[in-house]
Design a protein around this ligand. Structure first.
Ligand SMILES: NC(=O)c1ccc[n+]([C@@H]2O[C@H](COP(=O)([O-])OP(=O)(O)OC[C@H]3O[C@@H](n4cnc5c(N)ncnc54)[C@H](OP(=O)(O)O)[C@@H]3O)[C@@H](O)[C@H]2O)c1
Length: 281
C-alpha cells in the first residue's frame, strides 16, 4: 500500500494533499522545532500552522533543518480575525510568508469567520487576490458554516478548496461533510483524535483496534480517511507521529465506521467552538 504521505486528495484547484497532515499547535521554540523535524523525518508532507499559533518561524526553521525538498511539503497558515479587513489580510499573508521564510504559501485559510464583525467576505477577497498574484497556491477557510460558505461563494464567485473543521468521533460533522461533497470542498479535520477527550477506550474504537492489531489512534485516523476527511493530528512524540501516519495497511469495515460515527454527541464539540458564536481574533 502507498505510504500516507503519497498525495491522495486532489483539490478543486488541481493541487494535491496527503491523506494525513501534521498539526503544529502548540509546538514552539527549540522543542517545537525538534518535534516538527521529527514529523518531517517520519514522512509528514503537510504542516498546519496559523498566525495565532505564534510558531511560523519554527515551522520554517524545521522545514529547512529537515532537509526535505521544499517542493515536497505543503505549508498551510491562517489569517486571524483581527486582520479580516482586505488590506490587513493581504499584509497578514505577506507577513506569514516572511516569518516562514517562504516565497509562496502553499495554503492559506481564514481561521474563524467571526460573524459579528462581518468582515470575513473581505478576508476572502484578499485570499482570492493573493492567489491571483501568486502569493498563495491554495485558498480555503476554517470553521465556516454552510451559510458562511454560501456568502463568500456568492460574493466572489470563488469556492474555497478546503474547509478545516472540528471533526472527531464525538463530533463527526455529517451535515458539513455533505455540504462539502456537494460543493467539491475538501474536509480537513482539526483535533481529529478528539484531543483530551479522545475516545480511545470507547467500545467501537477499542474493538476495531483489537480486530486489526493497531492502536486506537490509528483506528480513529483510519476512520477519517474512510470518511474522506483529511486529519491533522498533532503529536510531539516521535513514535506516535509515525503511528499516526501508518493508516493505509488496514481498512475498517462499514459496520466499524458506522459504529465509530455513532459515538457522536449533540454537544460533542471540545470547547463549544460553534462558529456562529465562538470568535477568535
Ligand atoms: N482551525 C482551527 O480552528 C483549529 C483548532 C484546533 C486545532 N487545529 C489544528 O489541529 C491540530 C490538531 O489538533 P489538536 O492538537 O487539538 O488535537 P489532536 O490532534 O486530536 O490531539 C492531540 C493530542 O493527542 C495526543 N496524541 C497524538 N497522537 C496520539 C496517539 N496516537 N495516541 C495517543 N495520543 C495521541 C497528543 O499528545 P503528544 O503530543 O504528547 O503525543 C496531543 O496531546 C492542531 O495542531 C492545529 O494544527 C486547528
Amino acid at each position: 500500500m502507498a505510504p500516507a504521505s503519497t498525495p491522495t486528495h486532489r483539490l478543486s484547484d488541481g493541487t494535491d494533499a496527503p491523506l494525513v497532515g501534521f498539526g503544529t499547535y502548540p509546538l514552539r521554540g527549540e522543542e517545537g522545532i525538534a518535534a516538527m523535524v521529527s514529523a518531517l523525518e517520519a514522512g509528514y508532507r503537510y504542516l498546519d500552522t496559523a498566525v495565532n499559533y505564534e510558531n511560523e518561524e519554527e515551522v520554517g526553521e524545521a522545514l529547512r533543518r529537515s532537509g526535505v525538498p521544499r517542493e515536497e511539503v505543503r505549508v498551510a497558515t491562517k489569517v486571524p480575525g483581527r486582520f479580516h479587513a482586505r488590506d490587513l489580510a493581504l499584509q497578514s499573508l505577506h507577513d506569514s510568508a516572511g516569518r516562514l521564510g517562504l516565497e509562496q504559501l502553499d495554503v492559506a485559510l481564514i481561521h474563524w469567520p467571526n460573524p459579528s464583525r462581518d468582515l470575513y467576505p473581505q478576508a476572502w477577497q484578499a485570499l482570492v487576490e493573493a492567489q491571483q498574484e501568486g502569493l498563495v497556491r491554495t485558498i480555503g477557510v476554517s470553521n465556516f458554516t454552510e451559510a458562511h460558505l454560501a456568502r463568500i461563494v456568492e460574493e466572489s464567485g470563488v469556492t474555497p478548496a478546503l474547509n478545516q473543521l472540528e471533526l472527531h468521533p464525538l463530533f463527526p460533522q455529517e451535515q458539513m461533510r455533505a455540504v462539502h461533497e456537494r460543493l467539491g470542498i475538501l474536509t480537513q479535520a482539526w483535533s481529529p483524535l478528539g484531543k483530551r477527550q479522545a475516545p480511545f477506550a470507547a467500545d467501537p474504537v477499542a474493538a476495531a483496534a483489537e480486530a486489526h492489531g493497531v492502536s486506537p489512534g490509528q483506528v480513529i485516523l483510519r476512520w477519517h480517511v474512510q470518511l474522506g476527511s483529511m486529519p491533522l493530528p498533532k503529536s510531539a512524540t516521535p513514535s506516535r507521529q509515525r503511528e499516526n501516519l501508518d493508516v493505509t495497511g488496514f481498512a475498517l469495515t462499514d459496520d466499524e465506521v458506522t459504529a465509530i460515527t455513532g459515538l457522536a454527541r449533540p454537544d460533542g464539540r471540545l470547547f463549544g467552538g460553534d462558529p456562529d458564536t465562538h470568535e477568535e481574533m
